[in-house]
Design a protein. Sequence first.
Length: 183
Amino acid sequence: MGIRDKAGAEISPADLKFVILKPGENPAKIPDFDARAARPNRDASGRYRTVYEPREPGEHTVVVRGSATEKDGSKVGGEAVSRFLVYAEVSEELLRPGANFEFLIALEAASTGTTPDGIRRIDALPDYLEKLLKEPVRTAAVRTKLYPDWRRNADPLFLPALLVGFVVLLGLEWGLRRMWGLV
């Protein structure tokens, strides 16, 4: 916090007061500014600072009012408003850092189409792997339909017709450019 003169240099000492508003409070309507206002502290470099520990998340507002005297003796003063966001450091993810086994079983059931038979355990892994080795691998024969089908045996006239069409189009373009005097 601070007050600057017309040249942009910081004026010291300045008479500063500030109020930090909680989320939902309107900075335009502070009837008791002087009663709620506090003075900032100075740090080691002589700048005005304050430490604020917010109690609730949301958009907080800082209103600072101050006055000072310039070197030429004229009074300078005003009000500044600034906003900052506060968010909780603890989220739902951090409250439960371990695996959610019920969700994992439901995800497995949804992806494989099986019904869950309980939570999987590490001691049941060898039996599960042996069961997988005994089951044959299911593969589905997927036949893809290609459009256009570029194989020679699909339509023997397609590629020659494409070549003739391309040459005719290229010749037409050249002929029009020649006729218009562009070539």
